[in-house]
Design a protein around this ligand. Sequence first.
Ligand code: BG6
Length: 502
Amino acid sequence: MSSPLGKYTSIVVFGASGDLAKKKTFPALFGLYREGQLPATVKIIGYARSKLSDEEFKKRISEHFKLRNKDADASKVEEFLKLCSYHQGAYDTKEGYEELAKIIGEYEKENNVEQPSRLFYLALPPSTFTEVADKLKENVYADGGLTRIIVEKPFGHDLESSRELQKNLAPLWTEEELYRIDHYLGKEMVKNLLVLRFGNELLSGVWNKNHIKSVQISFKEAFGTEGRGGYFDTIGIVRDVMQNHLLQVLTLLTMERPVSFDPEAIRDEKVKVLKAFEPLDSDDLLLGQYTKSEDGSKPGYLDDSTVKPDSQQVTYAALGLKISNERWDGVPFVMRAGKALDESKVEIRIQFKPVAKGMFEEIQRNELVIRVQPDEAIYMKINSKIPGISTETSLTDLDLSYATRYSKDFWIPEAYEALIRDCFLGNHSNFVRDDELDVSWKLFTPLLNFIESDKAPKPEGYAYGSKGPKGLRPFLNKHGYVFSDEGTYQWPLTTPSVKGKI
Ligand code: BG6
């Protein structure tokens, strides 16, 4: 780990008038301040091209602040906003950066800072990364101190553009200084994966092809691309969440045990397992695009005027993956992601092999479900005898629901809060390393090229608000997933369901 940033750190958020800064970056900085995780002596500067007064800026960013304790936190908003100011400037000329350097210099001088400590957060479109990174290095770099720069996905559009971006950034900023955010790595349950896997012999011992039948990662959103259609049309669901967020989750689920929690030890193992993924098979793919909701009240993807009228862009995809190594050989992995579905939910399902026949006429499989959001939970479907004189078994669960297990006052940081704090502390574990990025693009680029070519199948339509394309169930069956529920298993359980016989 590198050293933490100092008490007198200047934090500059570029793209401060944009949506990401408003909805995520500033609320996360406030959340950290609210929890006493950000020194009250830092200086926060919002930088953007828009003309905004300090007051307008503060009003804008505080719209999304979350108060955990209404009365106590209201005064914290005031205190926090006193640390913030807005600076209007261009991204492509050096004047704005020179002014920034002057403001920061004065603040450091006032506080007798010997080793400057500066954090730049680029909440900007990637087309501006190189230019801003270049100007920052030239004009505002903390010589003799600590400088960190946070960049947001997308890190390129494919392997070639990602390498180009890397090539431009690398001479300016070292890997040590660069923090690439994939906000899924900041989610509580994703951060828990290594502890769950490696801190429990019960799980660690069965985490392999001998016991696991299939693994699924599922991402569902109950809303469409409303308001972002034009952007999404050039991206698609695979690039938007699979190549990054879901692949990160899959990597943590499948990597070998790192020698320690040291960031490089973790990232080394992630890269190793990524290299063991087999090339993605364009036949092992299910593509969908949402249409109007069944009652006609919600628009179809193509109804968005910012989307190309005949667009074939995919808003739903399910994808089979394989890992050729000793641990995972032969285990099917499925990633599925979709917009405009029946619910918003992200979860991991690990289904175990069936037990040997003989004793039981009929018995269900164990399944471990890790719910990332909403309402973090881990539950394991297990077979148990129905209490009393019955000779039947039922599928029930061992349930760790965070909402009932941990008190309401427990602070679970939002993903961005956790990650900005990590960056402040100099911990790279939950950020994407350059070689990791390269392997992930290497894996996905051929598939993306196929999906965007004439050879790709036309995406299957599914109604807004539905469960997704009809082909999903057979697709999951093909990948070794057995539905135990027949519609009767529900979690949390209220009555015994899915019976078996002894
Ligand atoms: C973003 C994608 O990276 O992640 C969005 O661009 C998606 O399309 C979002 O909605 C999901 O993040 P979360 O934290 O809401 O699950």
